[in-house]
Design a binder for this molecule. Structure first.
Ligand code: ARG
Ligand code: GLU
Length: 720
């Protein structure tokens, strides 16, 4: 009895009580439908994913490959986050038309703005091709032989896929290379900007509120898919027409109540739910803290300059936000892993796993070595992983190094592949460097360099520094003097000098690059890393990957009662849950919903993060919320639920029990960002903007009636 109880306890705490998981949409019928219905879902798995009829999946797109979007009208209108549309909005922003600051609302189809390089991808079909991909694989094969056979089979499965001329296909591995699925997709490359609120709505609360609940951000923007005359994908053309989708989402005006069913559809990027305890502990105590420490230095320096100089504030705002985003997430991750004691949870789970393995001769033989082998490999990895984190965090924050890196790789191209290869690359390298220099302050960069080279030197194990590097870089040197020397040569950050350099004949340019002492300093660091760290790091990582693949297979075989979902890999997934508040820490409980009142409570006139546009304050004063108000007359802004989400789920639709749109996913609550490694339904919450707030902004704030007319509003709760 005690045994059963113990087991039940582990089972409950390591497995999902509630509704952990990012599920494959084509398997919902088999794995999840009954649970989803018991949580309140009123539609069927077939309504969500079907290859025989239009289903909800036909309204979901991968937005540019980095976010999710959804079709919300019969004329191809797409909704995603403001931070997903940010680049597009920024690219159209000028001093005269400051769309970032003031928002943008197209008045007609002709007004909608083209975006070079932006695309959306629909998923036509997902097929299991595991058998084809595993064909011919034998236990006797070396891992290299195995991999080359798998690669060959994947290619064959991809080209055998039946598809139309406008469709594409790819095969992706799941469950650490234990299963394979074929995706048939259709990509549209003419995607135009339709509307965006000002940043003071779309990014209200900026970095202070990022990853934090309670939240009051209207994080949305609107685009439109354009197609060729026959409604098929086409390159941009002025006479392309709005795309007629197979399916578009209806918008619910009934909102959410506590415990309502929620479904998130989208393209989550990467999770690591099946790591051994030793790996999770290393992330928590070694890797996250190192990365946080480096970014902490960079952020403090940039912030100080941004506060004292308006020009620098504008130039560095988006860089700062980028550095801060992961920095804050990792802090939440460390906090959450510590708080739920993920290490103990995993250790208990492993004890149960080993008990079962040891009780079965075949398993013992096949899987008995796994956990000790992980232990050995992670111990070996530790110093190398740390060296990797310092190197990549430091080098990527120093902008002069990114310029040096571009030029160095151009010179390498010339030396390895000759003149022609050089000429093919020089244009794009020039463009990249010019982009960097457009928003560049040598004063800020030099201060970042001074501080980060110091932390790099102190943080990197001396055995990983070659004699040449140690001579130039040791803890006793004066980092200010080193910075003075490095930045004294102004050429590398002078765009005229760069332009002149890159217009010279290849051989002349390469000679100048090779003689530049800053570039040599950088390439020395890079070579040092690839000589002293990378070979061993890659070898250990390879053996960890092999172990992880076997461990995945083993868990699925041994822990039979557990339902497994594959880690996120940027493919289409569904996660389900319920609207719920949470207890953040002792005596601190959060409600599940925020209101417009909260926007006004946070309002700081003229502030960079918390300003509120005049028109919004007027609407607030008049309580002019139209059909978007709740029954109590208030205007909802954001809400949270237990859906398991990650980066890439930005812009994902939140759907109600009937499949109607109720919100737009854009973030997670800080205490639960460890859900990438160890989801825990007690504190993991995804954050969505209420669709009524989005529509209120479009209708009442922007008065974009042409867009409101396209949308089909419904009242699903009224009909009950
Ligand atoms: N934390 C969210 C995500 O990971 C939002 C990031 C954009 N917003 C910001 N304030 N930096 O993408
Ligand atoms: N903001 C994230 C994104 O870009 C979503 C939040 C998360 O990581 O869950 O995808």
């Amino acid at each position: 009895m005690k045994k059963i109880l113990f087991f039940l306890l582990i089972f409950i705490s390591t497995n999902a009580i509630a509704d952990e998981g990012m599920w494959l949409p084509q398997l919902l019928g088999k794995l999840n439908e009954s649970r989803m219905k018991s949580l309140g879902m009123k539609i069927s798995a077939e309504d969500i994913y079907s290859i025989n009829k239009g289903s909800l999946k036909d309204a979901i797109v991968s937005f540019g490959g980095f976010c999710t979007g959804e079709v919300i009208s019969e004329s191809g209108l797409v909704l995603t986050n403001h931070h997903c549309g940010f680049d597009a909005i920024q690219n159209h922003t000028t001093l005269q038309n400051n769309y970032l600051r003031d928002g943008f609302w197209s008045k007609s189809f002709e007004d909608e703005l083209t975006n070079k390089g932006l695309f959306v991808t629909f998923i036509i079909r997902i097929d299991d091709v595991t058998q084809q991909v595993m064909k011919g694989i034998t236990p006797a094969m070396s891992s290299a032989e195995r991999q080359s056979m798998i690669d060959k089979n994947m290619l064959a499965a991809k080209s055998a896929a039946s598809k139309t001329a406008t469709q594409e296909s790819f095969v992706r591995g799941f469950f650490e290379a234990n299963q394979y699925y074929l995706f048939v997709t259709e990509t549209f490359k003419d995607v135009r900007l339709v509307g965006a609120p000002p940043s003071s709505i779309g990014n209200f609360g900026k970095d202070t509120d990022n990853w934090v609940w309670p939240r009051h951000t209207g994080d949305f923007s609107m685009f439109r898919i354009y197609a060729g005359k026959n409604n098929e994908p086409a390159e941009y053309a002025a006479d392309n027409v709005p795309y007629k989708p197979k399916k578009s989402l209806k918008v619910s005006l009934d909102g959410v109540a506590e415990n309502d069913f929620t479904l998130i559809f989208g393209f989550p990027g990467r999770t690591q739910q099946y790591l051994p305890a030793v790996a999770v502990e290393q992330i928590r105590t070694v890797n996250d803290p190192a990365k946080i420490a480096v970014r902490d230095r960079a952020l403090k320096i940039i912030d100080a300059y941004m506060r004292s100089d308006e020009q620098i504030k504008i130039m560095y705002a988006s860089k700062y936000a980028g550095i801060q985003n992961a920095y804050k997430k990792w802090q939440g991750e460390v906090l959450g892993l510590t708080r739920v004691d993920a290490f103990a949870k995993k250790t208990n789970y492993e004890a149960e796993f080993m008990k079962r393995v040891n009780a079965n001769a075949a398993w013992k033989n096949e899987y008995g070595h796994l956990l000790p082998a992980f232990e050995r490999n992670y111990t070996a990895l530790r110093p190398y992983g740390l060296a990797r984190d310092y190197f990549s965090e430091v080098m990527s924050k120093i902008e002069l190094f990114s310029i040096a890196m571009q030029l160095n790789s151009l010179a390498n191209t010339y030396e390895k592949n000759g003149q022609k290869a050089y000429e093919n690359r020089v244009g794009s390298i020039k463009e990249r460097i010019m982009n960097t220099l457009e928003e560049y302050s040598p004063v800020v960069d030099k201060a970042v360099f001074t501080s980060l080279m110091e932390v790099y030197t102190i943080g990197t194990n001396p055995t990983f520094l070659s004699p040449e590097i140690s001579a130039r870089l040791n803890p006793n040197i004066d980092f200010v003097a080193l910075a003075d020397k490095t930045y004294a040569d102004k050429n590398l950050y002078d765009s005229n000098w760069i332009a002149t350099l890159l217009s010279k004949p290849a051989a002349d340019a390469v000679k100048i690059i090779n003689d530049n002492s800053t570039i040599n300093f950088f390439s020395g660091l890079q070579e040092n890393y690839s000589k002293m760290v990378q070979p061993e790091l890659n070898a250990i990582q390879d053996s960890i990957n092999t172990l992880q693949s076997i461990y995945m297979k083993a868990q699925m075989e041994v822990m039979k009662e557990k339902k497994f979902y594959p880690d996120a890999n940027s493919t289409m997934r569904v996660s389900y849950g319920q609207v719920q508040g949470y207890t953040a820490r002792d005596a601190v409980k959060f409600d599940y919903q925020t209101d417009f009142e909260g926007v006004m409570e946070k309002y700081i006139p003229g502030d960079y993060e918390f300003d509120v546009p005049l028109k919004m304050r007027e609407l607030y004063a008049k309580k002019d919320y139209g059909q978007y108000a709740r029954k109590d007359g208030k205007l909802p802004v954001c809400f949270i639920a237990t859906n398991h989400t990650t980066g890439g789920n930005s812009g994902s639709p939140a759907l109600d029990a009937y499949g109607n749109l109720i919100g737009l996913n854009f973030d997670r609550a800080w205490e639960g960002t460890m859900s990438d490694i160890n989801y825990d339904s007690s504190i993991c919450r995804n954050i969505m903007v209420d669709i009524r707030y989005v529509m209120f902004i479009v209708d009442k704030y922007a008065d974009a009636q042409r867009l409101i007319k396209e949308i089909k509003f419904v009242h699903p709760k009224a009909k009950k």
